[in-house]
Design a protein around this ligand. Structure first.
Ligand SMILES: [Zn+2]
Length: 164
């Protein structure tokens, strides 16, 4: 992950400036979430013991502490219920405004609401009741050193964007 604008880091990887999760199965117990994103699916976990559906995905059920969880699909479209635009104090490597929305995935969804970043959206344009959809995008690869060899692990992340 090259860091631009910081000369001494140009072309080098800095974990301090890496805001994206390490997604490979060796380092992340919810790696399936990212594998599913790569296939365009928005998923979370459901407890096989008590049926509790949680978002974000868990490795242990917050209700009964079982680790017998299964993956379920969530809708990829929703409706904005509230919007926050951060104009200052955004994390380094992000450009303000950083837009977050509380999104209603609908009555049929196993999990009713998600909080997500909204992209591809001009400032001050997103409003309550606007329809939004999932968008999956590549984020900078992450170097992993294995037996003195460095491989670049590809990564994706998600946000929502206005439905045109
Ligand atoms: Zn449970």
């Amino acid at each position: 992950m090259a860091v631009s604008g910081i000369p001494f880091l140009e072309g080098r990887y800095s974990p301090t400036f890496d805001l994206w999760p390490i997604e490979t199965k060796e380092f992340n117990r919810i790696h399936t979430f990212y594998d599913n994103l790569r296939e365009g699916k928005f998923t979370t976990t459901k407890c096989r013991q008590c049926g509790r559906e949680s978002y974000p995905p868990r490795v242990i059920c917050p209700e009964c502490y079982s680790d017998e969880l299964e993956w379920i699909e969530l809708p990829r479209k929703g409706k904005v219920e509230a919007v926050v635009e951060k104009l200052g104090g955004v994390p380094i490597c992000f450009e303000p405004p950083l837009i977050d929305a509380w999104i209603d995935l609908g009555e049929e969804s196993p999990v009713r609401h998600v909080l997500s970043r909204v992209i591809n959206c001009p400032p001050e344009s997103l409003k309550e009741d606007d329809k939004v959809q999932l968008v999956v995008f590549d984020v900078p690869s992450h170097p992993i050193e294995i037996r003195q060899e460095t491989i670049m692990a590809e990564r994706v992340f998600f946000a929502f964007e206005p439905v045109k």
